[in-house]
Write a protein that binds this ligand. Structure first.
Ligand SMILES: Cc1cc2nc3c(=O)[nH]c(=O)nc-3n(C[C@H](O)[C@H](O)[C@H](O)COP(=O)(O)OP(=O)(O)OC[C@H]3O[C@@H](n4cnc5c(N)ncnc54)[C@H](O)[C@@H]3O)c2cc1C
Length: 481
């Protein structure tokens, strides 16, 4: 317990994964904690992100598999035509959201955290203003304050949304209807996951990407293979280098496309619906950050690796920020890790985050995952630090388990230092890639060399042998260099 005259030892603004982990960890360590939430407990991940989207992907993935007569016939299975009920799939997602939200709320209550339902804001050092739904406005004090206010969908200028025919992931997760033809703006992980859901459920998709290739944020080799299966072989017309410059909701929805470089009008599309998946913006407006001299970077709150909020590069005492609002690897597990680290530092146990070892996954069928450096960044590091970069590929088509599953289209790329074998990054496309990446993430966190990793025995037959093969190939190159 921190002895103080403050109302609380710690006040956390925002009860998403970042805020939740921070509040729980602080309370379990004897601090008097309040968490302030203006919407649903659990934030984006639980209510509008990871949880419902993965429930939709699980259900639609089963539909896809059962509807793939050729795939089933290759196992000798004759399946009846598959039927599904859209509302029941939507209910599955909603029920899961409710269950996880209730569990999370109860966990906080059991840990002794005070939950305050209000809009929070800073009111100068160690003071937090609260506006409750009934209009009551008050100020509470805390020794430390953590900002964990997350992010919201970004809607580019020229795009109008109505939540029904033109919408973001916030509405898409409700699966209120299945448009015959839907345009998805953006080919990042959110656009790809929803394209997976919609095509499995029989919708036709047009994917519009402003950058010069689809899946621009993924490793180019992985993206090439993944796009062949996840886009080209499906009912998806993907266009890159094209800007959706104007979108008007209605029936039909009208989309004006223009050339990214010249900005000249190129085409008009008429579709039944549009999902805008063009990234996310920090939720930092209205936080009164000026009262603490915080200067944001396009709304993102600047922090150091210990989660201390910075002003002109120097930490502001007792003020911390975690999660999407900081703009670092905007993922639920990053937010949670940052939350725990912030509290550890408040408790006086100096801890820093290692972003390089945090994995990321896209839960398409099959999945895509990555951890560590991109090949481009690894090359830059190799030049800077004067070592040669190793890169090996391990294919799922050489893996017994993948072959048994008739899911052998997959690739893992491993990046490592040739001088000492240290693993720098991995990029995987293939069955259960999201699970496979964890092993490499752990190796990166421990700065392990493929020379040690190669001695670790992997279960046969499992997909993990794809990783083992990569380590073996890499170790040979390190030894011979
Ligand atoms: C469709 C989709 C799928 C995703 N899938 C995955 C996935 O599979 N895996 C993964 O790791 N990540 C996924 N993400 C990302 C993940 O949801 C976010 O990274 C994560 O939710 C960030 O957590 P956070 O705590 O920073 O913020 P949030 O979860 O956004 O929570 C912030 C909370 O703060 C509250 N708040 C904001 N301002 C105030 C205020 N002034 N006062 C009080 N409360 C306030 C908000 O209401 C919100 O509840 C997905 C996101 C989306 C949109």
């Amino acid at each position: 317990m921190i002895e103080s005259n403050f109302d609380f030892d710690l006040v956390v603004i925002g009860a998403g994964y970042g805020g939740f982990d921070a509040a729980k960890h602080a309370s379990e360590n004897g601090m008097r904690v309040a968490i302030i939430e203006s919407r649903e407990m659990g934030g984006t991940c639980v209510n509008r992100g990871c949880v419902p989207s993965k429930a939709l992907l699980a259900a639609s993935g089963k539909v896809r598999e059962m509807a793939d007569a050729k795939h089933l016939l290759d196992f000798g299975i004759h399946a009846a035509p598959v039927r599904f009920e859209r509302q029941k799939i939507a209910d599955h997602a909603n029920n899961l959201v409710e269950a996880i939200r209730n569990n999370l709320t109860k966990t906080l209550e059991r840990s002794g955290v005070t939950i305050i339902r209000a809009q929070g804001r800073l009111e100068g050092p160690q003071r937090v203003g609260l506006r409750e739904k009934n209009g009551v406005d008050r100020v509470i004090t805390a020794r430390d304050v953590i900002i964990a206010t997350g992010s919201d969908p970004f809607i580019p200028p020229g795009i109008e949304t109505d939540g029904r025919t033109v919408f973001t992931s916030d509405q898409a997760i409700n699966l209120e209807w299945l448009p015959r033809w839907i345009a998805i703006i953006g080919s990042g992980y959110i656009g790809l996951e929803f394209a997976d859901v919609y095509t499995a459920l029989g919708c036709e998709v047009t994917m519009i990407e402003a950058l010069d290739r689809v899946m621009p944020t993924f490793d180019p080799d992985i993206a090439k293979l993944a796009a062949r299966n996840l886009i080209d072989s499906r009912d998806i017309d993907a266009r890159s280098g094209v800007l959706a410059s104007k979108i008007k909701p209605g029936s039909p929805v009208r989309i004006e496309l223009s050339d990214v470089k010249t900005r000249e009008f190129s085409e008009e599309l008429e579709v039944d619906a549009v999902l805008v998946a063009t990234g996310r913006v920090p939720t930092s407006n209205g936080l009164n950050l000026g009262s603490m001299n915080v200067e944001t970077n396009r709304g993102f709150v600047p922090i150091d690796d210990q989660m201390r909020v910075l002003f002109k590069g120097k930490p502001i005492p007792y003020l911390w920020a975690v999660g999407d609002v900081t703009g670092k690897l905007m993922l639920a597990h990053t937010a949670a890790a940052q939350g725990t680290i912030a509290v550890e530092n408040i408790l006086g146990n100096s801890r820093s985050i290692d972003y390089r070892s945090i994995p990321a996954a896209t839960f398409t069928h099959p999945e895509i995952s990555s951890v560590g450096l991109s090949e481009e960044d690894a090359k830059k590091l190799a030049t800077e630090k004067d070592f040669s970069l190793g890169s090996v590929r391990s294919y799922f088509k050489a893996n017994s388990k993948a072959l048994a599953e008739l899911e052998s289209d997959g690739l893992m790329k491993l990046l490592f230092r040739k001088d000492n074998g240290e693993v720098l990054g991995a990029h995987i496309y293939g069955l259960h890639a999201a699970d496979l990446i964890q092993e490499v993430a752990n190796a990166i966190a421990r700065h392990q060399s493929v020379l040690d990793l190669v001695n670790e025995v992997h279960t046969h037959p499992t997909l993990s042998e794809v990783v083992e093969v990569a380590y073996k190939q890499a170790a040979k190159l390190v030894k011979s260099s």
